[in-house]
Design a protein around this ligand. Structure first.
Ligand SMILES: Cc1cc2nc3c(=O)[nH]c(=O)nc-3n(C[C@H](O)[C@H](O)[C@H](O)COP(=O)(O)OP(=O)(O)OC[C@H]3O[C@@H](n4cnc5c(N)ncnc54)[C@H](O)[C@@H]3O)c2cc1C
Length: 338
């Protein structure tokens, strides 16, 4: 056997790779990574987005013997939240751990390849689609699935983004139990504030609405909210005082403060990936990718699943719609091939 010699730099590099591998919950070799030098770039299905919904679709398709590529840029929407709840078998687990477990299971199928990259372009061709990436890779596919999630747009309130997913929460089913009976705020206005007041009152009676400016609640909504002793504060907010993302106070522009432990808020969002729109996929009025009950978009052979298609924002819904889209895509292909 030939003798291999290493430079000092190579030894350090190999050592740090080994240490990184040790820190991961499973070995790096468990991944069927796409090899840009040797692998064919032609796939039955490309899934853009490799978080919960994309991985779930990949599992269904990989097990259906489809030749699948998952392209993922590694930025799931829940990355800042310490624990994920309300998904049986994974309740209270760290979001990253759930995703890593899923990757370990999905990428053990040699039918599924994975590449860490950002899809930046998509074009319809005669037999399918061509996808290009930030790293200048080009892939060809017959069917396309968008599992790309949404991007939350943080409001211009200092402290908000630091608390997002930790003590500023979007969903009571995900995090309400952990702050039940605590002094809680609803940072919202109009119909949304009314809806949240009705809902969150089930988790805590220590509730205050912050409209951050003039209230747009109707008189009828205001009367109902007052009947339940929920104060409505219209003062403009300067910032959220917090420690490591745990909110302590709302500080108003006129310098007064309000102590609390949690805030519910649902910021505006946009599609994380613009390729569906480039391909002509219609969006709903709320900004979701329009799909039918089988997760088919308005463009033939293009599917979507997870947060990008639905306000029912949860890991379990992402996994369910991903699994459905995998089966529907495979079913369409079997019909075409038969
Ligand atoms: C702060 C917060 C806390 C939450 N807590 C809970 C909870 O406790 N329990 C619960 O059930 N749900 C929770 N959710 C909701 C849950 O996280 C989402 O419903 C779920 O992550 C949606 O999965 P997804 O696969 O559709 O999208 P995401 O998980 O957002 O993943 C989308 C993936 O697509 C990739 N991507 C996007 N565009 C491209 C592109 N062009 N090229 C390549 N890759 C791309 C992104 O990098 C990302 O990896 C929480 C959400 C938030 C925001």
């Amino acid at each position: 056997m030939g003798k291999t010699t290493f430079t000092r730099r190579e030894i350090i590099k190999q050592g740090s790779i080994a240490l990184t591998a040790l820190a991961l919950p499973f070995p790096l070799t468990a991944f069927t990574k796409y090899n840009t030098m040797t692998d064919n770039n032609n796939f039955d299905v490309i899934i853009i987005g490799g978080s919960y919904s994309g991985l779930s679709a990949a599992m269904a398709l990989g097990r259906a013997l489809r030749n699948v590529l998952v392209i993922d840029s590694g930025l799931p929407c829940n990355q800042q939240t310490p624990h994920s709840h309300n998904f049986i078998t994974q309740d209270g687990e760290k979001p990253l751990v759930i995703a890593e477990k899923a990757k370990k299971q999905v990428f053990k199928y040699d039918t599924v390849k994975f590449i860490n990259d950002l899809a930046v372009g998509g074009k319809k061709t005669e037999d399918g689609f061509v996808i290009t990436t930030k790293n200048n890779e080009t892939f060809i596919t017959k069917k396309l699935i968008f599992a790309t999630g949404v991007k939350d747009i943080m409001p211009q309130i200092k402290g908000f983004s630091e608390c997002w997913g930790i003590s500023v929460i979007h969903c009571p089913y995900c995090h309400g139990y952990e702050v039940k009976t605590e002094k809680t705020g609803i940072l919202a206005n109009g119909d949304f504030a009314f809806h949240y007041a009705q809902l969150i009152r089930n988790w805590t009676k220590e509730l205050t609405i912050f409209t951050n400016g003039k209230s747009t609640l109707t008189q009828e909504q205001t009367d109902k909210i007052r009947k339940h002793n929920i104060p409505i504060i219209e003062k403009e907010i300067a910032y959220l005082k917090h420690e490591n993302g745990n909110v302590q106070q709302v500080v108003f522009k006129e310098n007064s403060t309000f102590d609390l432990k949690a805030i519910y808020s649902r910021p505006a969002f946009e599609q994380h990936c613009k390729i569906p729109e480039l391909l002509g996929c219609e969006l709903t009025e709320q900004g979701y990718i329009k799909v039918d009950m089988f997760q088919k978009t308005t463009i033939a052979n293009v599917f979507a699943c997870g947060d990008n298609t639905s306000p029912m924002r949860s890991v379990v819904n992402a996994v369910a719609t991903g699994s459905l889209v995998g089966a529907v895509t495979n079913n369409l292909m079997t019909e075409e091939e038969f």
